[in-house]
Unconditional design. Sequence first.
Length: 194
Amino acid sequence: MTDVSVDQIKAIRTNIMGAAAKVPGALIGLGILFIVLGMIGVTGQVLFSFISVNVLGIFLFAGGLLQGIHAFKSTGWKSVGVQLIFGILYIAAAIYVWAFPIPALEVITIWLAAIFFVTGFLRLISAFQHRQFTEWTWMAFSAVISILMGVLIMNNFPASSLWLPGLLIAIELLLQGWSLLFLGFAARSVTKQI
């Protein structure tokens, strides 16, 4: 085994961090912002759910408009009619989400439960396919947790549709915030050492 000098370690860290090493304060600030937003989301899950469904409506509406504009500018293309139908469907979905946010949240919740069920069962199959490795039990354990999450979501359905999407978004914001915060601290340590 070869010894690595301090300068080589600094060079490796700088190469790994790349441009992030130049802006550690931005990463730390963004991390703190995401953590604060995540904490607000955890305390106000229902509000976060309604905000998320309205943001979904905004993205659907914008996507529909862009799809329609693209279709009108693409004269001579055989798929213009299909693209216009897609644009209209996106806009109709946005209007539906805005007009009926609770049924939209229910659909999102069923979709989330289905994702937990499907990924859990697929991960369980994969775990049993890798039984020769000692770590297969961890894969099986995570599969069982996913399946149980799907069961818990459906067990509380439709009441869970009011708070679950907001809670999951809040948890994601917290996880992303902590990741960015620690990445910022790592970048700061690289810049201090250089």
